[in-house]
Ligand binder design. Sequence first.
Ligand code: M6R
Length: 593
Amino acid sequence: MCGIVGGIGKCDFRDYVLGGLKKLDYRGYDSAGLAYVKEGKVNLYKTPGTVEALASKVPAFEGAEIAIGHTRWATHGDPSEVNAHPQFSQGRLVYLVHNGVIENFRALKTRLKARGYSFLSQTDTEVIADVLEFHYLTNGKDALKAIRETEIDLEGSYACAIIFEGDEHLYFMKKGSPLLIGVGDKAMYLASDCLPMIKLAKSYVDLSDGDYGCLSPEGLTLYNEGRAVEPVYSERKIDDYDYDLRGYPHFMLKEIEEEPMVLSRLIDNYFDPESGEYLFDPSLLKAMKEADEIIFLACGTSHYASLYGLEFMEFYGKKASSYIASEWAYHPISLSKKPFYVLLSQSGETADLIACQKIINDEGRPNLAIVNVKDSTLSRRATYSCLIYAGLEVAVAATKSYIAQIGLMALLLGALTNSSSPVRHLEKLGEAIEDVIARKEDIHETAKKITGARDAFFVGRGSDYSAALECALKLKEISYIHAEAYAGGEIKHGPIALIEKGTPVFGLISEVDTALPLRNNIEEVKSRGAATYIVSSLSLSSGKDAFVTKDVKPYLNSFLKVVYGQYLAYYVSLEKGLPIDKPRNLAKSVTVE
Ligand code: M6R
């Protein structure tokens, strides 16, 4: 949520800032802005809407010395020009862009009002600018002192890039929201992640909470809690490969079709075929074995992936539960004596999950973060951390990361049970996904039939119910069709009242024990007018089914129904002409509660 780009030195800043904001737009935003310093003077441009709209307002600005840019996902105040960033202080001495939420902004506003400040915007960010300005003026225009004192005043999360009018440096501060410094040839950069800088930076510094400092064209000066800190430089963070559409029209399509490759990369990282050994940290496996309950916490798609983790732990004979992170954070009850927590998150930055992890860490409980982003907040703060190696996921709708999360949990099950079978099973799953990919046009044809639907339902039993939840989430988030998932047996207990003539209902069949009752459920809705589509596994299929997936191991069969659901959502959105990779109101990484 919110994207920050900035830099100082010799650089084509118009290109870098606008291009960089475009690269960050996967995070979700509804307004954009930038400021640059030329000949010591700050120039400011902002607009509601897109980076393209901003670009049309911004003239060429060769020779600029410093620039900052921002895409804003509105939290305080509507997505208007006045609320867009950069925000500036009352005396126009401070301009800044901010990602995060200032929790005590109302109290700070009251204090500032008493000092004669008034406000133009509804944002919490404007308050930071004014607090900075106040400390700047009371500290003889010492910007670093002003930042340190402001940090003490602020409660909440922030990553900020800051310009002080008349000062030759670019300043920053960070707590709770990601910010990265990039080291270039004749310039220094900063951004919310490395994407805007991959072509320019030779190395990076991942800022830690409490870090603040300044950039000059020659380098970085870093402090934490008032003390100078030696920066830790690391090499290139990602490959251009991930941020290249490689001929695909959308990242979502590319990412679905990377799923077989992602599974085999996952296996390569966690299993050594020579020795037949898994490569998990032995102390992680020991801690999981010793736990009396495994508790999964996650949000959205990651939560639906965790339902499989729960099932796998039950195969293993372990008591397990799965909770939505934003619920558990307010009711963190565990009756177990020795719980072990598994936190699943593609981004590793989801605020609700970070709140859970704080509770867990404060209690001194062990936890494993399963993330896609190396060095993300969750992974840094976890007792154990496992990467899912899905590669950068750009589309807001999670696809390959979901498959990789489940793949990782299947491998963990293999390691816990000393069985290499999950490795072979996942290889077969990859082949079966290739088969779905090869027949995607059949799914496209079904998608065309449901583009006009107001509602759609996905029905499954057992693991197909978990798959149905994910299929419904995919459809609603990118096609804007109201979609719900129901456990087959529940249909008669209420939802059947929603069935009208032509309502699309998808029945998912992967389990031998529930295949027949599920078919009966589908017959019941069909006889009330629903347009029904059965997606079944080959050994459980009938000639009339809408789509049949290859048979893999029973515990993996239902994932193929999710791949079907991913394609269905993609094609419905395509037919409706919607912004597939960046659906309205959504952000890739949900860094606010
Ligand atoms: O980064 P995370 O996995 O923690 O994100 C959790 C959810 O915000 C995320 O899965 C969301 O539901 C996706 N947009 C689903 O496609």
